[in-house]
Unconditional design. Sequence first.
Length: 209
Amino acid sequence: MARARLTVTTPDGSWAGRVTRSHPDAHIRVRTASIGEPATLVAEVTAPSLAPVIAAISEADGVRSLDILDRHGDTAVCRLTVADAGPLAAAAAAGAPPEYPFTVADGTIEWELTATRSALADLADELSERGLEFTVAEMRPGDDGEPLLTPRQRTVVRTAVDSGYYEVPRGCSLATVAEQADLSKSTCSEILRRAEKRLLTRYLNGGQP
C-alpha cells in the first residue's frame, strides 16, 4: 500500500469550483459521499458571510437539492444531491477513494488516500481522462509485495476467465461478462483493459513490477 496527498483542481463547470472561486473565503468540508447518479454529499459549508454562499450552492448548475441539517455560527451542515460527483466519481472508478473529511477551497480539493500502487495509477488515469488537473504533494511508496491487481480487477478478470471469455474461440461475449459482474459493458471493458495491461507489463518485465 502507498499513502498519497493530492491537490485536485476542480474544472470550470464544477459547482464546487465555481462557488469557492467566487467566494474565496468559503470552505466546503465534505464529510461523507454516496457516489451515484445523482450523488449525495454531506458537507460543512463555512464562510464569514454564510447566506450568499449557501444560496450560490443551491442555485449552481448541477446541484439538484440542498438541505441544511444543522447550523452554528458561520458553519452550516448540508446534505447535497448533485448530478455529477466529478473527481469523486473518478476515485470510485479507480478503487482509490479519498479519506473523509476533505476540503474544497478556492477551486481546489485536498485529498489524502491510502491505496495500492495500481489503484493510484488508475486514479491518475481516471483524473486525466476526465480532464481534471492534479498534483501529487506527497507520496510514500509501498513495498513491492502488494497485489498486482486491485480486488475489483481480480474479480472481473476471474469472471471473464471462468465464463470462457479468453477461450479461442470465445466462450462468451463482453456483454455476458459485464452482466455477470453487474457492470455496464463500457466499465467492464475498461477494467479488463487495465488489468490486462498490468498483467502483460509484469510478464514482459520478467515478473518484475
